[in-house]
Design a protein around this ligand. Sequence first.
Ligand SMILES: Nc1ncnc2c1ncn2[C@@H]1O[C@H](COP(=O)(O)OP(=O)(O)OP(=O)(O)O)[C@@H](O)[C@H]1O
Length: 248
Amino acid sequence: MSTTTGGALYLDGVSVVFDGFRALNNLSLIIEPGELRAIIGPNGAGKTTMMDIITGKTRPTAGTVLFGQRDLTRLDEAAIANLGIGRKFQKPTVFDALTVFENLELALKAPRDPWSCLRWRLGAEARRRIEATLAEIGLAERTRDRAAILSHGQRQWLEIGMLLMQEPELLLVDEPVAGMTDQETEHTAGLLRRIAGRRSVVVVEHDLEFVRALGSKVTVLCEGAVLSEGSIDHVQNDRKVIDVYLGR
Ligand SMILES: Nc1ncnc2c1ncn2[C@@H]1O[C@H](COP(=O)(O)OP(=O)(O)OP(=O)(O)O)[C@@H](O)[C@H]1O
């Protein structure tokens, strides 16, 4: 199995203060290269703020954020994206008028080159990558269909595919299964399990059945810090987690 070339994601003592309110409070977390990790927690726990810190949208008030050897707190959002950190927001942003294939083609960062024979070879390589991604996201049968006629779940998978075309080392995924059917939810868990390994994947989600299907380590955030961490069975049986989150 090939492994990611990106390093670990390392957050140490990260705090974010908005007008005196601590959205993150001394948060420490390590995501290993190739790891799939689920992040859960009550509303306002700091899950979105944590994603915003990693992508450079929000700056920490204190603490260290490293991706491999790179200090993310010194980079802007574009530089962090260029390092290979991709983010999928809840609402998909696929192009309705384009086909599934064209959406993936558009997402591909094709290098421009004046040599036509080389361009042909790059074209073949691009096609191979698009086809591999179509198979990976399970949309090989829908290649020529316009995105507009896809189901909600299929649109989410297409957007994940568009992010994969950029070959991220770390993919952040925000509530991917909201609004999906049970079957689509199951497919999404399989998809995320498959795409981790070659890159790290961090998933924020409220649906605990889905989190169970991911089969990954789970981190429970509460009041801006890690409340519990371990297997889904471990965190679901943790008294602290039941008291502040699951028992409510
Ligand atoms: N820009 C901001 N200014 C002030 N407060 C903010 C800002 N962004 C987030 N907060 C506050 O920080 C806290 C953490 O919010 P965050 O969105 O990270 O939580 P969350 O775990 O993602 O919640 P949810 O599950 O509801 O999406 C919340 O109390 C929120 O109101």
